[in-house]
Design a protein around this ligand. Structure first.
Ligand SMILES: CC(C)(COP(=O)(O)OP(=O)(O)OC[C@H]1O[C@@H](n2cnc3c(N)ncnc32)[C@H](O)[C@@H]1OP(=O)(O)O)[C@@H](O)C(=O)NCCC(=O)NCCS
Length: 149
């Protein structure tokens, strides 16, 4: 299966929202939130396309702390029938490259502490757990991860 990574535009909103709903229940972004993220100036959004469908997507925001910009992965989702084929890895690598091209040297993200597939993915790609986020996802705790790009 050939997978191409392309910029995700608002035209893909319905499909991306469908995947978001397949991937998360209570924690899913609303369609309105995804629409906002796809059009925000500080956001980078990428979609993974196969011959026949959109298989997944990633959205990152460029944020600023103490006058230094960093990349913040807001969401990454791969459709259930397309997992374990390296698609999330491709999406993350490509977004890191785009952040680096903007001169950004750090990427951060949050993940639910029981989301073992995602934690494994991030650690495989060099992200390190730097903190715990108490009750970040309602009653569930989160982990805070960082990577130097
Ligand atoms: C987490 C997620 C994005 C991974 O997508 P994916 O395309 O299947 O990931 P990849 O194929 O690139 O996996 C890369 C590596 O991550 C790890 N990994 C991914 N899924 C895993 C799983 N279910 N169990 C254990 N390790 C896993 C493995 O080390 C894998 O390498 P391998 O397949 O060679 O063993 C996908 O499962 C998903 O969309 N989950 C629901 C949404 C979500 O939780 N997003 C993250 C929110 S923080």
């Amino acid at each position: 299966m050939e997978v191409k990574i392309e910029t995700a535009t608002i035209k893909l909103l319905d499909k991306l929202y469908e995947i978001e709903e397949e991937c998360f229940d209570q924690e899913a972004f609303t369609k309105r939130q995804i629409a906002y993220l796809l059009t925000d100036y500080n956001t980078i959004a990428l979609a993974a396309k196969t011959d026949s469908a959109i298989a997944g997507f990633i959205i990152a925001q460029v944020e600023v702390e103490e006058n230094t910009e960093f990349g913040h992965i807001i969401t990454i989702n791969v459709a259930p029938n397309c997992r374990r084929k390296g698609i999330a890895t491709k999406l993350l690598r490509e977004i890191e490259t785009l952040l680096k091209q903007k001169g950004i040297t750090e990427c951060r993200l949050e993940v639910r502490e029981d989301n073992h597939p995602a934690i494994k993915l991030y650690q495989t790609l060099g992200y390190q757990i730097v903190g715990k986020l108490e009750n970040y996802y309602g009653k569930k705790h989160g982990l805070y991860l960082k990577k130097t790009l």
